[in-house]
Design a protein around this ligand. Structure first.
Ligand SMILES: NC(=O)c1ccc[n+]([C@@H]2O[C@H](COP(=O)([O-])OP(=O)(O)OC[C@H]3O[C@@H](n4cnc5c(N)ncnc54)[C@H](O)[C@@H]3O)[C@@H](O)[C@H]2O)c1
Ligand SMILES: [Zn+2]
Length: 344
């Protein structure tokens, strides 16, 4: 359910399933900014469990603490877990739901743009380990996703930008008209105005939903959603995670466009267009001067390890059309990253 006021549909969703008990896991900041959510929880849930959002939510310690809280709330096999927050809280709570009594149903209430268009869709849950992000996880789709646009009213501007990086990615992967919309309605989107925002969220959700429905376990088509993420993850890693994910993905998309250009897949106009759009949404189009190209290229090795020594990337042909290519070489990556450097 995607709408301003979508949260009103929660009662009906719960009534339909008649759970023995309900608990809400909620981002502390979201609970503070949206007291209506707490009132709702008091009405429909036996317990509400506050957690701190941010990547620090996704640790083994926080998971154990959450399991403890679910026990205290007496959640049994017939219960439903509600999770309200950004991608971090949904990943943690979804993981807890997938393991509690070997899996209980959960309802996702995404409160960031990124969570609405990405983290709440497709059933992946995860926590991080010191050895890497999202190393432990499950596939456990929520039975319902309630994306209430009213949450976005309080989202800090930089979190909105991060979300738009993923919306742009999704447009390139599967919806050329969405890219047009993002360009034409940029001022309205930045001002969080409906109906532009509603349409952008709906279209982005539709692209991801269609892809994951055809490839729920990431055997093939789902890899198209990695556009911008192979180089993006390498940039995150090379920066010691000081560059936030969405900003790294913006840079990753531009680098991967350049690689696609060199392979004759995409026209230079695509990269120029994306650079304009990303800059419009406050996202970077140049690497921080402290970041070294070689460090980025060697960080792509971590992706290669996962796929038997071959580096694959989802490269664009044109808006709405991306394909997975195998065997991208370090020198191709180097040349792809180079246009992101500041002119000497
Ligand atoms: N499961 C998936 O398929 C999937 C997909 C993409 C990303 N993710 C995961 O999502 C996480 C990133 O999610 P995110 O960007 O939402 O980060 P987040 O959950 O850390 O939220 C960002 C910040 O915004 C705050 N916040 C949340 N909602 C708010 C609101 N309505 N108003 C004001 N502040 C609010 C949070 O407290 C936090 O400080 C990463 O851990 C990533 O791995 C998962
Ligand atoms: Zn992403």
């Amino acid at each position: 359910v995607i709408a301003r006021g979508a949260i009103e549909s929660l009662d009906a969703a719960l009534a339909e399933r008649n759970p023995s008990r309900v608990a809400l896991v909620v981002d502390r900041e979201v609970a503070r900014l949206h007291p209506g959510l707490e009132r709702l929880a008091r009405r429909v849930a036996a317990a509400s469990i506050l957690v701190d959002g941010g990547e620090g939510a996704k640790t083994a310690e926080k998971l154990v603490a959450l399991w403890g809280a679910l026990g205290e709330a007496d959640l049994d096999r017939g219960s439903i877990l509600l999770a309200a927050g950004g991608g971090t809280v949904l990943d943690l709570a979804g993981f807890a739901a997938s393991t509690w009594h070997r899996g209980i149903p959960w309802i996702a209430i995404p409160t960031t743009l990124l969570a609405m268009v990405d983290a709440a869709i497709g059933g992946k849950t995860a926590i991080d380990l010191p050895a890497g992000k999202n190393l432990v996880g499950t596939f456990h789709s929520p039975i319902e996703v309630i994306a209430d646009l009213a949450f976005l009213d309080t989202l800090p501007a930089e979190e909105l930008s991060t979300g738009f990086a993923e919306v742009v990615k999704t447009a390139v992967v599967g919806d050329a008209a969405l890219l047009d919309l993002i360009e034409e309605k940029a001022p309205a989107l930045l001002a969080r105005e409906e109906p532009a925002l509603l349409e952008a969220v709906r279209r982005a959700v539709a692209v991801k939903t269609a892809i994951v429905a055809r490839d729920p376990r990431e055997g093939g088509e789902r890899r198209l959603l990695n556009f911008g993420h192979t180089v993006g993850h390498a940039i995150e890693r090379a920066s010691g995670y000081t560059i936030p994910h969405g900003r790294a993905v913006a840079l990753g998309m531009l680098a991967e466009c350049a690689i696609a250009e060199a392979r004759g897949l995409a026209a230079p106009a695509l990269r120029e267009r994306l650079a304009r759009v990303l800059a419009r949404f406050g996202l970077p189009v140049r690497l921080p001067p402290t970041l070294d190209v070689r460090a980025i290229v060697s960080a792509t090795a971590a992706d290669k390890k996962r796929s038997a020594g071959v580096l694959s990337m989802a490269l664009p042909r044109e808006p709405g059309r991306v394909e997975v290519v195998l065997g991208v070489t370090p020198s191709e990556t180097t040349n792809g990253v180079r246009p992101l450097l500041w002119p000497a």
